[in-house]
Design a protein around this ligand. Sequence first.
Ligand SMILES: [Zn+2]
Length: 124
Amino acid sequence: MLKKYGVENYFLLPEFQESVKGENHWNWNPNKGMPYIYGHIWFTPEYLEWKDRVFERDDHKCRICGSDKKIQSHHIFPLRDMPLLAFDVENGITLCKKCHKKTFNKEIDFIDQFLNITMGDRVR
Ligand SMILES: [Zn+2]
């Protein structure tokens, strides 16, 4: 499925949208509920704009290895923890698919590193 649609298109599928709603979400917490935003920001105009701005700031290159192939936008503070930073460019960093993969489920470990990388951009 992922191969057929590509990761990003996959998020557009109704099946996926359904699978991240409320109790279906893998991060569902019965005490806290689930920020619906996580499954729904994909491909909203705000998200596309955020993504473009992050890519633009990063010159459309991976900030880890410098590759310009298969770049993706990554949230430095994970969306599920900081949904309010979803569309904050300073919370975004451009990564290639390969480097992005290394951060999966280890997002927290990468926060310092990514903030260091993008810190210079902020004072520019
Ligand atoms: Zn890379």
